[in-house]
Design a protein around this ligand. Structure first.
Ligand code: SAM
Length: 237
């Protein structure tokens, strides 16, 4: 069975959005994954179809009501559904490649896109929503965050990436940022391709790429470099 994504949102027209294009879009059309999108507002009960209310205790903004969101979640995901239930949230666990890989090996995901000030805490607890953040900044809604997460997952699904090997050396897969890339023309604006890459010597090319990946990681992401140095005590700190 292919990866099944169910989105809950107040803006269903934002989907498939970027996920309908390029690699993810082709994979969607070919059935490598499926997407269903549910309008949370369809579960509202009053004549104004309202889904939010003022925050208990006062303060700015509005909060998504737990009863309405729970009904929407229960509609797309029964108790037998083994898919993780995610809530896109700046308070959440930061999205990593390891998390993406884990999701890509599973049956899919139910993804709630928040709006306003956020979601009533009780529905997070009662429906066991795992909060996931795509970075330390605040978006106006969870839809773009959900697309970021799904884009990263879908490219790892079986048969989606043309050259499967390309995934293995990518940034974060080996706890390193990826080495630089070059292509033709061999000389451009006076800049040439490093000789080693045109030498045909694959052992030297691999060593050069490894060395550049390590240097880039040390310079740009000392946190990643330290983390991998802790895993491998022999690595240069
Ligand atoms: N008041 C919230 C806070 O300070 O944590 C921010 C709410 S934000 C305006 C509205 C919605 O956008 C959130 O409920 C969430 O679904 C989504 N969102 C915003 N930033 C995000 C991020 N960095 N990662 C994932 N989702 C995010």
């Amino acid at each position: 069975m292919s990866f099944k994504a169910s989105i809950l949102t107040l803006y269903p027209d934002m989907f498939p959005g970027t996920l309908g294009q390029a690699l993810a879009g082709k994979a969607l059309k070919s059935g490598a994954w499926s997407l269903d999108v549910t309008q949370i507002r369809d579960f509202a009960t009053d004549r104004h179809r309202s889904v939010d209310d003022t925050p208990a205790g006062g303060g700015a903004g509005m909060v998504l009501r737990p009863d309405i969101l729970a009904k929407a979640i229960d509609h797309v995901s029964s108790t037998e559904d083994r898919r993780p239930r995610l809530l896109m949230s700046p308070r959440g666990t930061p999205l990593t490649q390891a998390m993406v890989r884990d999701l890509a090996t599973g049956p899919g995901a139910v993804i709630v896109c928040g709006r306003f000030e956020g979601v009533d805490e009780r529905v997070i607890e009662a429906r066991q929503l795992t909060e996931v953040s795509i970075g330390d900044y605040v978006l106006s809604g969870g839809e773009i965050a959900a697309q970021v997460l799904l884009d990263a997952v879908v490219r790892l699904l079986p048969g989606v990436m043309g050259n499967a090997a390309s995934g293995e050396t990518e940034s974060f897969e080996a706890a390193l940022l990826e080495h630089p890339h070059y292509t033709r023309p061999t000389e451009w604006e006076g800049r040439t391709i490093p000789d080693v890459l045109t030498s045909g010597n694959h052992a030297r090319i691999d060593a050069w790429r490894r060395e550049r990946a390590e240097a880039l990681t040390k310079a740009r992401r000392p946190d990643l470099w330290q983390a991998q140095a802790r895993k491998k005590p022999t690595a240069d700190r």
